[in-house]
Design a protein around this ligand. Sequence first.
Ligand SMILES: NC(=O)c1ccc[n+]([C@@H]2O[C@H](COP(=O)([O-])OP(=O)(O)OC[C@H]3O[C@@H](n4cnc5c(N)ncnc54)[C@H](O)[C@@H]3O)[C@@H](O)[C@H]2O)c1
Length: 429
Amino acid sequence: MSDVAIIGLGYVGLPLLLAFRDAGCEVTGIDIDPEKIEKLKRGESYLSHIPPESIESSLDDKATLSNDMAAIQKASAVIIAVPTPLTDDMTPDLSYIESTTGQIARYLAAGQLVSLESTTYPGTTRDVVIPILEKGSGLKAGEDFFVAFSPERVDPGDPDHDLTMIPKIVAGLDEESLQLAVDLYSRITPEVVPVSTLETAEMAKLLENIYRSVNIALVNEMKMLADTMGLDIWEVIAAASTKPFGFQAFYPGPGLGGHCLPIDPFYLYWIGKTRYDFKTQFIELAGKINSEMPQYVLKRLLDAMEGRGKEIDGAKILLIGVAYKPDISDTRESPGLRLMSMLEEIGARVSYHDPFVPVLPPTRDYPGFTGRNSVDLEAGTIGEYDLVVIAANHSNVDYGLLGRNASLIIDTRNAMRDFGGEGADIIRS
Ligand SMILES: NC(=O)c1ccc[n+]([C@@H]2O[C@H](COP(=O)([O-])OP(=O)(O)OC[C@H]3O[C@@H](n4cnc5c(N)ncnc54)[C@H](O)[C@@H]3O)[C@@H](O)[C@H]2O)c1
């Protein structure tokens, strides 16, 4: 019998699969995307921060990789790590959880533990997942099978906080579910943090992400004010950060991206509003400020161009970093892509450079960008651009080369902090 089956082998599920395998468990990895399964079988990686060597060294012939949910029958624990996006009207889209759970129910066996890791609103595991599992299997939760919720906290691309170093919050439907889940996750994390209810664990994850979203919005607003006052927000933050207690630094940027911060807070906003008639103000305000940041950067950029007598219509612009954050290839909800789209709408000709995204993948919001290639950074060609915009600060970009050869740089990430005064006119925005 295989120990653990992971369903959904994306940014969350794939590292989990590798961690359980490295911990000596027999693993089954299931994904509906046949290309992902084929790549893993060939020992290839499809995530830029997971090297193929990790796949090769972890996924030996004892790992089962499949598109077929029937493969969960071998597992004693089934972990769900599928997407939880928002619909176009900003309400939770649980369709991935519902369809996955429906398929699990067909093969669910007595004694199995099902653990949901997808980020979602409090009540999802109890009110959505369990009824689907019970209906489809004819088994009873807490008697025939066991249920847990354990939010994932992985930070893709951050080598200092590998999944196996992060404490894991765990909640069970009942005592036995909790104990099974604690035993399961103790195999891969140094610290398991049990909490009393499924809903507590669900909300804890949302609180973590809302805390980040609100603090980033706060510092984005402070940046806009500092710009107006002629102050350098980066210096202000560095100074405030010297306080040894009571202050945690967050940094401004061109807007939020990824599958978490722009989305998850609205799961809590939605459940509060629709089920408890409670409208959370911080979530809405933070969402508004953060989502308006690309427009702010665009305004600063247009002012800078105008101040130098340059027209945006027909201007050649080089955008650095289409991933939503440093050192990964994830372009979901990327503010860099949003800037690219806004700039092209007003007539600019935009090229991009991103060592992590050599070719732009299909995205829901910008299908027209699919297949575009990252341009090389060369001293001779950088000077041909009217403007360079830094949207993501990857650590392997040659900022010195940019500083020496560009004419004008809009730096939304303080990436040019060590390269001022070498040629380019640098505007931190
Ligand atoms: N990306 C992060 O940094 C991060 C961090 C913590 C939590 N989360 C949460 O974890 C969840 C997963 O996020 P992700 O970033 O890994 O998403 P992802 O899109 O990278 O991966 C999800 C995977 O699930 C697969 N899938 C979808 N439906 C399926 C089905 N019915 N059966 C089998 N496979 C299916 C998809 O093909 C995909 O490979 C989300 O709820 C997200 O909010 C993400």
